[in-house]
Design a protein around this ligand. Structure first.
Ligand SMILES: [Zn+2]
Length: 166
């Protein structure tokens, strides 16, 4: 096992973004800290999820200014969302309970006020300084086996809940 921390950047309150390599896999965490220590409240994103989040920012900002809800899948049941009647933006891990058809929110996530989300967005170029491979990251949807719906449905990242169309 090896672990390497690339950066820890403050977003707001007790929330930090960290980029680290764990067994040679890079993760971007957005997470509440308790003093020096990370808590379970937050998300760990693979670089593909991180890139899809970054690419979704303009859309999220647009929905936000238009007062529209949003529910965007980053992969593996990680969502960025805006909910009607709840101010701010939510970045969160969801899960699908057995036998259910709708994903449910977990406590593992961060809720941003609009102001805090702006701080987060402003921080993205600085975060990406620590991810020199950013432009080479391939999104799941860009892969050859995702050019038809079958491939998409078979992908654990895009379709994590094994929902099968009959
Ligand atoms: Zn996929």
């Amino acid at each position: 096992m090896n672990y390497h921390n690339r950066c820890k950047l403050h977003v707001f309150g007790d929330v930090y973004v960290t980029v680290n390599d764990y067994n040679n896999i890079t993760y971007v965490h957005v997470r509440y800290f308790d003093g020096k220590y990370p808590t379970k409240k937050g998300v760990a994103m693979s670089l593909a999820r991180w890139k899809s989040l970054v690419q979704l920012i303009p859309k999220i900002q647009e929905n936000r200014s238009a007062d529209q809800s949003a529910f965007e899948h980053l992969g593996g049941n990680c969502y960025v969302s805006i909910t009607d009647g709840i101010p701010g933006i939510d970045l969160r891990q969801f899960w699908m309970p057995d036998g259910d058809l709708q994903v449910k929110a977990t406590r593992r996530g961060v809720h941003f006020s609009q102001q805090d989300f702006d701080k987060f967005v402003d921080l993205i170029p600085r975060i990406n300084c620590y991810i020199p491979e950013f432009h080479d990251i391939k999104l799941c949807s860009e892969r050859d086996d995702h050019q038809n719906q079958q491939g998409l449905l078979r992908c654990k990242e895009c379709n994590p809940n094994e929902y099968h169309i009959q």
